[in-house]
Structures are given as C-alpha cells and as structure tokens.
Design a protein around this ligand. Structure first.
Ligand SMILES: [Zn+2]
Length: 439
C-alpha cells in the first residue's frame, strides 16, 4: 500500500534523459518515490494508496531549487531603488542593521521562504545574518534549506566579531550535519567584504563538515577591478589562489568573467548561480550563461533577495535565463527550455551535492513534487510542456507542493504555517523600516 499516488497528468521527470510521461502516475512511500510509470491500461493494475491525487491535464514535476536567496530581506522589499550595487548595499546594510534581530529575521524568513514555497520551490539556498532563525522558519514550513554561518569583516547586524562568526558557523554545521532538510555550509558575503584569511577560515569549516561554500562573486565590473587592484587577481582567480574553488562552491552571479575564469570554474567543477532579475534591476549586467553552458559548467538559478528583485519569482527568472542570452547574442537557438528546466532542478541538486536524492522524479529519490495547473488561458493550447513551463507558466500556476511526500501547499495555500499571523507582524515593521534609512 502506497502512502500517496499521483494519478494522471503530464509528468516532467527532469531526469538526465528528460523523460516525459503524458498520462503518468507516481507512487510515494515513506517520503520517497516508489514508482513512476504510465497509467496501466487495466485499472485493476493501479496500486492502492492511502491518498490519491487525481490529475487531469496538470504538469507534475520536481520541486524547484533556488540556489541564491536572502529570504528575510523580503522585509525590505521595494525600500531601496534605482541604485547600483555598491551604493545600494550601503542603504541595505543601514536598514538591516537597525531592524534585524533574530526575531525579525525569523519573521522575514517566513515571508521570503513562504513566497518561494508558493511558487513551487522546495529547496532554497539562503545567505543571511541569523541562519538558525532562517532554518527554524524553513523547518516549520516543511521546506529544505541550504544555509550556514555568514562572514563579513565589518561590524554588521548584531555587531559580531570574526570569532563569533566562526563559532556560529561551526555550531550550525555541527547541529545540522545529519539533517535531510537543512544542508549546512558557510556563506561568506564576498571577496570585497571578507579578507583572504577569513575566507579560508570559512572554507575550513565547510570542508570539515563536507558542506557548501557559497559567496557573491564577479557581480559587477567595479568589484572585479577593486579585487584586481587589492590582490593582483580578478575575483575567480583570487578565490582559486586561496584554494577555495571545488565542487561544493556555489558562486552567485558571475556576471563579469573572462574566458580564463570561465575555464577555471569548469575545471574546479564549481556551480554558477545565475540571478538574472537581480542583475538586471541593479544594472550589474547580463551573465554569460551561454558560454558557461558551452563549457558544461553547472549553471543554476537564484532569485536573490526581494530587496534587489522585489519578489522571489523562479518562473520569471527561468524565462529571463532562457531569453536574455538569445537577445544579448542575437541567437534565438541558444539556451533551450530543457536546459533551463535542468538549471532549476537537477543542476540545483548537483550544486548542493544532493543529486542522488533530489532534483528529478525518479524511483528512490525524495518525493519533492509540484503540480502545475494548465487550466489558465495562457496555457492553451499546450504543445510542449517544457516550452510551456519556461515561457508561459507563472508562479500563480503552482497548485500543490509536496516535500518529502508531505503536502505543504494545497490549491495555492500554505498548509504548514499560518501566514496571516506572520503578515500582521511584518506589516507592523513598515514604519520602523522606513525610518531606518533616515538615521
Ligand atoms: Zn545575493
């Protein structure tokens, strides 16, 4: 007897052969996918299950993996506008320093992670000031989260010292090293805000726990020239000189890379988390996604925080990832829908070292499954599910979300946390947040 059976609909497995079943079924047992096949012709051959989700024309696919986010920054959505990264960061840090405590971080994490969850994101990589609180919010929502200790050299939120950051980062990794929901790592902010010794200290902790090392890298031209002046090497060369790059490094942005840096990322088997919305809005540029794909670099997609992109929309990001390279290079035949689906599923799982149990719908993998409605006007007619998902579908089409076989979203509503209470508290912070920039 199965715990759960999805019966009907188009199954986009997102497995390495990109298999699609047009009238399929998925059986779930103990949080894992136990069977996946076409619906048998003889109805007596359909297995029994505690719960059956009957589907018609919906698309069933793996939960999306957002590989660069600052969920709690959703508290500051729309606060700082029309500035380049460097000026923008000064205002962001000012507001964060005044407003953020462990409690407000927890609140903001619920807000940002819930927005991800409603959009069909089942795993988020998050970089933020209080990782324990973000982890709490994530576990309450029933989501998977990769996060860990932040590192920054100036007195940031909470005025913590480098020693305190080190202790927090180690404690976080130790606490969650065996978790199947929280994937611990270290999250140093960037090469321009964290000095080489501190980057290496952070990497040491990641290595000790076999965790992820994620950092903002090569986001702007200014950053590239600043780091080159300071260290005599551009950002990616600098990270490599410090022996930091490997297959557990996730480099957020990589908008400005020369060919040597692209080759280096490939050689070290590191991941590039592409954040097209944030890069466009902050005027940072357009990442060289096509030349990274040509080199077979593992490219994933992130939303970045809602303070730069104003929402956390992986569907918009997918569409931008598919269309920006076509427009920038005037080549309509590059970056296929299949490649973009891979970026938000299997490539994300690979980046997190979880390709064995996440990122595609296959027997033995975790039942992180989303159901996308195809009833909307913008879904008719529907010739090709992959093209539809990348170019026509929207976050509001996500109907159900299951993580580890547990339903977290039903008919577009979150089941796990009462978001009305959270929203009430978030709205109370509006005036203090506005005031925070005037200080
Ligand atoms: Zn970021």
């Amino acid at each position: 007897m199965l715990d759960l059976l999805f019966l009907g609909g188009t199954i986009v497995t997102a497995d390495k052969d990109s298999n699609i079943l047009t009238d399929g079924m998925i059986g779930v047992s103990k949080g894992e996918i136990a069977l996946i096949s076409e619906i048998p012709k003889n109805s007596a051959d359909i297995p029994d299950a505690e719960e059956v989700i009957k589907l018609d024309s919906e698309i069933v696919m793996p939960g999306l993996i957002n590989t660069h986010c600052h969920a709690a920054d959703s508290l500051f959505r729309g606060l700082v506008e029309n500035l380049s990264l460097e000026e923008w960061l000064q205002d962001v840090w000012k507001a964060e320093k005044t407003i953020l405590t462990p409690e407000t971080t927890r609140l903001g994490s619920y807000l940002g992670l819930a927005e991800n969850l409603l959009a069909g994101v089942t795993t988020v990589l998050d970089m933020f000031w209080y990782p324990f609180e973000t982890a709490e919010a994530s576990m309450d929502l029933g989501m998977r989260l990769c996060t860990g200790g932040i590192f920054i050299d100036f007195p940031g939120v909470g005025n913590r010292t480098q020693e305190q950051y080190l202790i927090e980062a180690s404690d976080f990794c130790a606490k969650f090293q065996k978790s199947s929901f929280i994937f611990p790592g270290v999250m140093p902010h960037g090469t321009y805000t964290v000095k080489p010794e501190h980057l290496q200290d952070a990497k040491k902790i990641a290595d000790e726990y076999h965790g992820i090392f994620s950092i903002h890298a090569a986001e702007t031209l200014f950053e590239q020239s600043d780091i080159s002046k300071r260290y005599g090497a551009s950002v990616i060369r600098h990270l490599d000189n410090l022996n930091i790059l490997d297959d557990r490094s996730i480099l957020a942005h990589c908008v400005h890379l020369d060919d040597y840096e692209k080759d280096l990322i490939k050689e070290r088997r590191s991941t590039v988390a592409h954040n097209p919305m944030s890069n466009l809005k902050l005027g940072s540029g357009i990442a060289p996604v096509q030349s990274l794909l040509e080199r077979h670099v593992n490219v994933t997609i992130g939303t970045d925080g809602a303070i730069s992109g104003n929402d956390l929309d992986m569907w918009l990001s997918m569409r931008l990832a598919a269309t920006l390279p076509k427009g920038a290079l005037m080549k309509p035949d590059i970056v296929s829908a299949k490649e973009v689906i891979e970026m938000v599923t299997l490539n994300g799982a690979r980046a997190l070292g979880r390709a064995n149990d996440l990122g595609s719908l296959e027997v033995g993998k975790k039942a992180d499954i989303i159901v996308v409605s195809t009833n909307a006007i913008h879904a008719a007619p529907l010739f090709d599910p992959l093209t539809h998902l990348v170019y026509s579908a929207a976050k509001s089409d996500v109907k159900h979300v299951f993580i580890d076989g547990v339903q977290c979203v039903k008919n577009g509503s979150i089941l796990t946390v009462n978001m009305e209470d959270i929203l009430l508290e978030v709205r109370k912070l509006k005036n203090p947040i506005l005031e925070s920039l005037k200080q």
